[in-house]
Design a protein around this ligand. Sequence first.
Ligand SMILES: Nc1ncnc2c1ncn2[C@@H]1O[C@H](COP(=O)(O)OP(=O)(O)OP(=O)(O)O)[C@@H](O)[C@H]1O
Length: 280
Amino acid sequence: MMPALPSSLEPALEARDLSKVFHDARRGPVHAVEALSFQVGPGQVVGLLGGNGAGKTTTLSMLLGLLLPSGGVARVLGIDMARDRHRALARMNFSSPYVDLPHRLSARENLSVYARLYDVPKPGQVIARLAGDLDLEAVLDRPTGRLSAGQKTRVALARALLNDPAVLLLDEPTASLDPDTGDWVRGYLQEWQRRTGAAILLASHNMGEVERLCDDVVILKGGRLAEHGTPAELRARWGRERLEDVFLDVARGQGQSRPTRPEGPGEPHPPAEPPEGEGL
Ligand SMILES: Nc1ncnc2c1ncn2[C@@H]1O[C@H](COP(=O)(O)OP(=O)(O)OP(=O)(O)O)[C@@H](O)[C@H]1O
Protein backbone atom coordinates (compact mmCIF):
# COMPACT_ATOMS: atom_id res chain seq x y z
CA MET A 1 0.00 0.00 0.00
CA MET A 2 1.23 3.49 -0.85
CA PRO A 3 2.12 5.55 2.25
CA ALA A 4 -0.29 8.44 2.85
CA LEU A 5 1.16 11.86 2.12
CA PRO A 6 1.07 14.43 4.93
CA SER A 7 -2.21 16.27 4.44
CA SER A 8 -0.40 19.55 3.56
CA LEU A 9 1.10 17.83 0.48
CA GLU A 10 -2.11 16.26 -0.68
CA PRO A 11 -3.78 17.90 -3.65
CA ALA A 12 -6.82 19.91 -2.60
CA LEU A 13 -8.65 18.42 -5.53
CA GLU A 14 -7.80 15.61 -7.90
CA ALA A 15 -9.29 13.94 -10.96
CA ARG A 16 -7.54 10.68 -11.68
CA ASP A 17 -8.36 8.81 -14.87
CA LEU A 18 -11.88 10.15 -14.51
CA SER A 19 -14.57 9.12 -17.03
CA LYS A 20 -18.29 9.54 -17.41
CA VAL A 21 -20.47 7.81 -19.97
CA PHE A 22 -24.11 8.89 -20.20
CA HIS A 23 -26.52 6.41 -21.75
CA ASP A 24 -28.70 8.66 -23.83
CA ALA A 25 -31.77 7.03 -25.43
CA ARG A 26 -31.44 9.13 -28.58
CA ARG A 27 -27.67 9.52 -28.96
CA GLY A 28 -26.55 6.19 -27.47
CA PRO A 29 -23.50 6.22 -25.14
CA VAL A 30 -22.13 9.75 -24.68
CA HIS A 31 -18.50 9.86 -23.50
CA ALA A 32 -18.78 13.18 -21.68
CA VAL A 33 -15.44 12.82 -19.84
CA GLU A 34 -12.67 10.39 -20.76
CA ALA A 35 -9.51 9.42 -18.86
CA LEU A 36 -9.17 12.89 -17.35
CA SER A 37 -6.39 13.49 -14.82
CA PHE A 38 -5.37 16.78 -13.21
CA GLN A 39 -4.82 18.23 -9.75
CA VAL A 40 -5.40 21.48 -7.91
CA GLY A 41 -2.73 21.95 -5.24
CA PRO A 42 -3.39 23.59 -1.88
CA GLY A 43 -3.78 27.34 -2.41
CA GLN A 44 -3.79 26.96 -6.20
CA VAL A 45 -6.31 28.44 -8.63
CA VAL A 46 -6.86 26.28 -11.71
CA GLY A 47 -8.99 27.22 -14.71
CA LEU A 48 -11.12 24.55 -16.37
CA LEU A 49 -11.73 25.59 -19.96
CA GLY A 50 -13.47 24.03 -22.90
CA GLY A 51 -16.15 24.86 -25.44
CA ASN A 52 -19.82 23.99 -25.10
CA GLY A 53 -20.21 20.28 -24.37
CA ALA A 54 -16.49 19.74 -23.64
CA GLY A 55 -17.23 18.14 -20.25
CA LYS A 56 -16.67 20.92 -17.70
CA THR A 57 -19.99 20.65 -15.86
CA THR A 58 -19.79 16.85 -15.84
CA THR A 59 -16.29 17.08 -14.34
CA LEU A 60 -17.42 19.60 -11.69
CA SER A 61 -20.44 17.40 -10.86
CA MET A 62 -18.19 14.37 -10.25
CA LEU A 63 -15.84 16.46 -8.11
CA LEU A 64 -18.86 17.58 -6.09
CA GLY A 65 -20.00 13.99 -5.69
CA LEU A 66 -23.29 14.74 -7.47
CA LEU A 67 -22.54 12.34 -10.34
CA LEU A 68 -20.89 8.96 -9.97
CA PRO A 69 -17.92 8.46 -12.30
CA SER A 70 -18.09 5.59 -14.80
CA GLY A 71 -14.36 5.13 -14.16
CA GLY A 72 -11.49 6.68 -12.22
CA VAL A 73 -11.75 8.75 -9.08
CA ALA A 74 -12.63 12.32 -8.05
CA ARG A 75 -11.03 13.36 -4.77
CA VAL A 76 -11.43 16.51 -2.68
CA LEU A 77 -9.00 16.97 0.22
CA GLY A 78 -8.01 13.34 -0.28
CA ILE A 79 -11.61 12.12 0.05
CA ASP A 80 -13.16 9.95 -2.68
CA MET A 81 -16.32 11.92 -3.53
CA ALA A 82 -18.15 8.86 -4.89
CA ARG A 83 -17.80 7.08 -1.53
CA ASP A 84 -17.41 9.64 1.23
CA ARG A 85 -18.80 12.88 -0.11
CA HIS A 86 -20.32 13.86 3.25
CA ARG A 87 -16.83 14.00 4.85
CA ALA A 88 -15.67 16.71 2.44
CA LEU A 89 -18.82 18.85 2.17
CA ALA A 90 -18.23 21.02 5.24
CA ARG A 91 -14.83 22.12 3.87
CA MET A 92 -15.83 22.81 0.29
CA ASN A 93 -18.41 24.83 -1.61
CA PHE A 94 -19.69 25.57 -5.07
CA SER A 95 -21.20 28.50 -6.90
CA SER A 96 -22.88 28.75 -10.26
CA PRO A 97 -25.19 31.44 -11.63
CA TYR A 98 -27.15 28.57 -13.23
CA VAL A 99 -28.23 27.14 -9.87
CA ASP A 100 -31.13 29.17 -8.49
CA LEU A 101 -31.79 29.93 -4.83
CA PRO A 102 -35.43 29.73 -3.67
CA HIS A 103 -37.10 32.85 -5.08
CA ARG A 104 -39.56 33.70 -2.34
CA LEU A 105 -37.04 33.72 0.46
CA SER A 106 -35.14 36.95 0.98
CA ALA A 107 -31.42 36.92 0.37
CA ARG A 108 -30.88 36.99 4.15
CA GLU A 109 -33.26 34.04 4.68
CA ASN A 110 -31.50 32.04 1.96
CA LEU A 111 -28.10 32.76 3.48
CA SER A 112 -29.42 31.90 6.97
CA VAL A 113 -30.76 28.53 5.81
CA TYR A 114 -27.42 27.62 4.26
CA ALA A 115 -25.50 28.96 7.27
CA ARG A 116 -27.54 26.58 9.44
CA LEU A 117 -26.91 23.67 7.05
CA TYR A 118 -23.18 24.37 7.23
CA ASP A 119 -23.33 24.86 11.00
CA VAL A 120 -21.66 28.27 10.65
CA PRO A 121 -20.84 29.74 14.07
CA LYS A 122 -22.33 33.25 14.62
CA PRO A 123 -24.25 33.16 11.31
CA GLY A 124 -25.68 36.69 11.71
CA GLN A 125 -22.20 38.18 11.92
CA VAL A 126 -20.88 36.11 9.01
CA ILE A 127 -23.84 37.10 6.80
CA ALA A 128 -23.40 40.77 7.73
CA ARG A 129 -19.68 40.62 6.90
CA LEU A 130 -20.26 38.92 3.54
CA ALA A 131 -23.12 41.30 2.70
CA GLY A 132 -20.77 44.22 3.39
CA ASP A 133 -17.94 42.66 1.35
CA LEU A 134 -20.19 41.86 -1.61
CA ASP A 135 -22.19 45.10 -1.51
CA LEU A 136 -25.46 43.33 -0.70
CA GLU A 137 -26.59 45.25 2.38
CA ALA A 138 -29.31 47.18 0.55
CA VAL A 139 -30.90 44.05 -0.94
CA LEU A 140 -30.55 41.53 1.91
CA ASP A 141 -34.24 41.68 2.83
CA ARG A 142 -35.65 41.59 -0.70
CA PRO A 143 -37.04 38.34 -2.15
CA THR A 144 -34.20 36.65 -4.00
CA GLY A 145 -36.40 36.21 -7.09
CA ARG A 146 -36.70 39.98 -7.46
CA LEU A 147 -32.98 40.67 -7.50
CA SER A 148 -31.07 41.50 -10.67
CA ALA A 149 -28.85 38.83 -12.23
CA GLY A 150 -25.78 40.58 -10.84
CA GLN A 151 -27.26 40.78 -7.33
CA LYS A 152 -28.28 37.10 -7.47
CA THR A 153 -24.76 36.15 -8.53
CA ARG A 154 -23.33 38.03 -5.57
CA VAL A 155 -25.82 36.37 -3.18
CA ALA A 156 -24.82 32.98 -4.66
CA LEU A 157 -21.17 33.85 -4.08
CA ALA A 158 -21.90 34.90 -0.49
CA ARG A 159 -23.66 31.54 -0.02
CA ALA A 160 -20.58 29.74 -1.36
CA LEU A 161 -18.26 31.57 1.06
CA LEU A 162 -20.43 31.10 4.19
CA ASN A 163 -18.47 28.10 5.44
CA ASP A 164 -15.04 29.58 4.61
CA PRO A 165 -14.33 26.71 2.21
CA ALA A 166 -10.82 25.30 1.78
CA VAL A 167 -11.86 24.20 -1.73
CA LEU A 168 -14.15 26.26 -3.92
CA LEU A 169 -15.59 25.17 -7.26
CA LEU A 170 -16.86 28.00 -9.42
CA ASP A 171 -18.87 27.57 -12.61
CA GLU A 172 -18.81 30.79 -14.67
CA PRO A 173 -18.83 33.08 -11.62
CA THR A 174 -19.14 36.28 -13.66
CA ALA A 175 -21.28 35.01 -16.57
CA SER A 176 -24.23 37.35 -16.03
CA LEU A 177 -22.39 40.39 -14.75
CA ASP A 178 -21.73 43.68 -16.52
CA PRO A 179 -18.02 44.33 -17.17
CA ASP A 180 -17.64 46.63 -14.18
CA THR A 181 -19.35 44.28 -11.69
CA GLY A 182 -17.55 41.28 -13.23
CA ASP A 183 -14.22 43.02 -12.70
CA TRP A 184 -15.15 43.84 -9.12
CA VAL A 185 -16.14 40.21 -8.38
CA ARG A 186 -12.85 38.95 -9.89
CA GLY A 187 -10.93 41.38 -7.68
CA TYR A 188 -12.91 40.24 -4.64
CA LEU A 189 -12.31 36.55 -5.39
CA GLN A 190 -8.60 37.21 -5.89
CA GLU A 191 -8.35 39.06 -2.59
CA TRP A 192 -10.44 36.39 -0.80
CA GLN A 193 -8.28 33.58 -2.20
CA ARG A 194 -5.02 35.29 -1.17
CA ARG A 195 -6.37 35.96 2.30
CA THR A 196 -7.70 32.44 2.92
CA GLY A 197 -5.28 30.34 0.83
CA ALA A 198 -8.23 28.33 -0.52
CA ALA A 199 -7.88 26.15 -3.61
CA ILE A 200 -10.18 27.11 -6.48
CA LEU A 201 -11.28 25.27 -9.61
CA LEU A 202 -12.80 27.82 -11.95
CA ALA A 203 -14.79 26.80 -15.03
CA SER A 204 -14.96 29.80 -17.31
CA HIS A 205 -15.34 30.98 -20.89
CA ASN A 206 -13.79 34.33 -19.98
CA MET A 207 -10.10 34.20 -20.90
CA GLY A 208 -9.27 37.55 -19.28
CA GLU A 209 -10.70 36.19 -16.04
CA VAL A 210 -8.67 32.99 -16.36
CA GLU A 211 -5.43 34.88 -17.10
CA ARG A 212 -6.00 37.13 -14.13
CA LEU A 213 -6.98 34.52 -11.55
CA CYS A 214 -5.47 31.18 -12.54
CA ASP A 215 -2.03 29.72 -11.80
CA ASP A 216 -2.72 26.76 -14.04
CA VAL A 217 -5.12 25.95 -16.86
CA VAL A 218 -6.72 22.71 -18.02
CA ILE A 219 -8.36 22.77 -21.47
CA LEU A 220 -10.89 20.05 -22.26
CA LYS A 221 -11.89 18.98 -25.72
CA GLY A 222 -14.48 16.31 -26.36
CA GLY A 223 -14.21 15.23 -22.70
CA ARG A 224 -10.44 14.74 -22.83
CA LEU A 225 -7.56 16.82 -21.55
CA ALA A 226 -6.31 18.72 -24.61
CA GLU A 227 -3.89 21.13 -22.89
CA HIS A 228 -2.47 21.77 -19.44
CA GLY A 229 -0.04 24.39 -18.14
CA THR A 230 0.31 27.87 -16.72
CA PRO A 231 -1.15 30.63 -18.90
CA ALA A 232 2.43 31.70 -19.76
CA GLU A 233 3.45 28.13 -20.69
CA LEU A 234 0.41 27.72 -22.93
CA ARG A 235 1.03 31.05 -24.68
CA ALA A 236 4.69 30.14 -25.28
CA ARG A 237 3.87 26.58 -26.43
CA TRP A 238 1.33 27.77 -28.97
CA GLY A 239 3.25 30.91 -29.98
CA ARG A 240 0.38 33.15 -28.98
CA GLU A 241 0.22 36.39 -27.05
CA ARG A 242 -3.26 35.84 -25.71
CA LEU A 243 -4.77 32.82 -23.97
CA GLU A 244 -7.92 33.43 -26.02
CA ASP A 245 -5.96 32.59 -29.20
CA VAL A 246 -4.48 29.46 -27.59
CA PHE A 247 -8.03 28.41 -26.73
CA LEU A 248 -9.20 28.97 -30.30
CA ASP A 249 -6.21 27.06 -31.71
CA VAL A 250 -6.94 24.11 -29.43
CA ALA A 251 -10.64 24.29 -30.30
CA ARG A 252 -9.98 24.31 -34.01
CA GLY A 253 -7.02 21.92 -33.91
CA GLN A 254 -4.80 24.50 -35.62
CA GLY A 255 -1.53 24.16 -33.73
CA GLN A 256 0.91 26.84 -34.89
CA SER A 257 -0.58 27.45 -38.30
CA ARG A 258 -0.84 31.17 -37.55
CA PRO A 259 2.14 32.04 -35.30
CA THR A 260 2.11 35.57 -33.94
CA ARG A 261 5.78 36.07 -34.83
CA PRO A 262 7.44 34.92 -38.07
CA GLU A 263 9.97 32.64 -36.32
CA GLY A 264 7.18 30.90 -34.41
CA PRO A 265 8.17 31.40 -30.76
CA GLY A 266 7.80 28.74 -28.11
CA GLU A 267 8.24 25.01 -28.34
CA PRO A 268 6.71 23.26 -31.31
CA HIS A 269 3.42 21.71 -30.36
CA PRO A 270 1.53 18.91 -32.04
CA PRO A 271 -1.74 20.26 -33.36
CA ALA A 272 -4.79 19.15 -31.43
CA GLU A 273 -7.07 16.73 -33.22
CA PRO A 274 -10.10 18.27 -34.92
CA PRO A 275 -13.21 18.02 -32.76
CA GLU A 276 -15.08 14.75 -32.91
CA GLY A 277 -18.81 15.27 -32.74
CA GLU A 278 -19.62 17.50 -29.81
CA GLY A 279 -17.06 19.11 -27.62
CA LEU A 280 -14.80 22.09 -27.88
N1 LIG B 1 -27.49 13.80 -18.30
C1 LIG B 1 -26.94 13.68 -19.51
N2 LIG B 1 -27.35 12.74 -20.38
C2 LIG B 1 -26.79 12.61 -21.60
N3 LIG B 1 -25.78 13.39 -22.04
C3 LIG B 1 -25.32 14.35 -21.22
C4 LIG B 1 -25.88 14.56 -19.91
N4 LIG B 1 -25.19 15.59 -19.32
C5 LIG B 1 -24.28 16.00 -20.21
N5 LIG B 1 -24.34 15.27 -21.34
C6 LIG B 1 -23.48 15.40 -22.52
O1 LIG B 1 -22.14 15.29 -22.08
C7 LIG B 1 -21.31 16.19 -22.82
C8 LIG B 1 -20.58 17.13 -21.86
O2 LIG B 1 -21.53 18.02 -21.29
P1 LIG B 1 -21.15 19.10 -20.18
O3 LIG B 1 -22.43 19.73 -19.73
O4 LIG B 1 -20.29 18.48 -19.15
O5 LIG B 1 -20.28 20.15 -21.03
P2 LIG B 1 -19.78 21.63 -20.64
O6 LIG B 1 -18.34 21.69 -20.99
O7 LIG B 1 -20.16 21.95 -19.23
O8 LIG B 1 -20.62 22.53 -21.66
P3 LIG B 1 -21.18 24.05 -21.51
O9 LIG B 1 -20.00 24.97 -21.64
O10 LIG B 1 -22.10 24.15 -22.68
O11 LIG B 1 -21.90 24.16 -20.19
C9 LIG B 1 -22.21 16.88 -23.84
O12 LIG B 1 -22.15 16.13 -25.03
C10 LIG B 1 -23.59 16.76 -23.19
O13 LIG B 1 -24.61 16.77 -24.16
